[in-house]
Design a protein around this ligand. Structure first.
Ligand code: NI
Length: 226
């Protein structure tokens, strides 16, 4: 599932983050990828998990955790501290797949990346190029969203960021492990949840709406790895 989650950050938060990021020291993005990624990656990132990055990342985490739509679609179990990247002067990140397992600083073990997230911090008219292209079984999808909006997509998909030929593209990006590992099960739960919400708004808590709500939670009990 690819899902556009609008208005994750307010315009004020976007302005605040952009002001901080415009003054930041950016590093070569190849510092943080494996061998395949390093061959196609040409961009810049904030030093991974620095105090500055963690502070800005917490604003992103607070915002996504407050989003009902994000929770319904992602069913997040654990989220990697958000990172930040910047592309300009033709910088690009060629076709790649994100690593399947990541460490979370300060925690034991590994996090499995089920879903990848990009939160746009620039508006589309501020730069040319820089589309996120995600390839799935239905073809390639181009994504370029307003500042403050987020795209959620399966970490299993091949994807790329096309060269930025004017201006700069600044985004936050992160991964999460979902409570529901299987993407088909997660999609079924999301669709059921969305339809129950609409039915409840139209009909109120009728016995049928209550029964469907019980089905939602009982399916979650079957499928979630808490
Ligand atoms: Ni990627």
């Amino acid at each position: 599932m690819m899902l556009h989650v609008p208005h994750v950050l307010t315009a004020q938060h976007v302005r605040q983050m952009r002001a901080a990021l415009d003054k930041a020291d950016w590093l070569d993005g190849r510092a943080t990828v494996g061998e395949q990624g390093a061959r196609v990656k040409n961009n810049r990132q904030l030093p991974e998990y620095s105090a500055f990055s963690r502070e800005l990342g917490q604003i992103v985490l607070d915002a996504v955790n407050a989003s009902d739509l994000f929770f319904a679609a992602a069913l997040p179990k654990r989220i990697v501290p958000p990172l930040f990247n910047r592309y300009e002067d033709g910088e690009t990140y060629g076709l790649h797949v994100d690593g399947s397992m990541r460490r979370v600083p300060g925690e034991d073990g590994w996090l499995r990346t089920d879903l990848s997230c990009t939160l746009f911090l620039c508006d589309p008219d501020e730069y040319d190029g820089g589309e996120l292209e995600v390839v799935d079984t239905y073809g390639a999808h181009e994504v370029k969203l307003p500042a403050g909006d987020l795209i959620l997509y399966p970490s299993t998909s091949l994807h790329q960021v096309t060269p930025v030929t004017r201006g700069a593209r600044v985004c936050s990006f992160f991964w999460l492990q979902s409570l529901v590992r299987d993407g088909t099960q997660r999609q079924l739960l999301f669709d059921l949840d969305m339809n129950i919400r609409k039915l409840r708004a139209q009909l109120g808590d009728t016995p049928e709406v209550l029964s469907l709500t019980a089905h939602y939670h009982n399916l979650m009990r079957q499928w979630a790895e808490a």
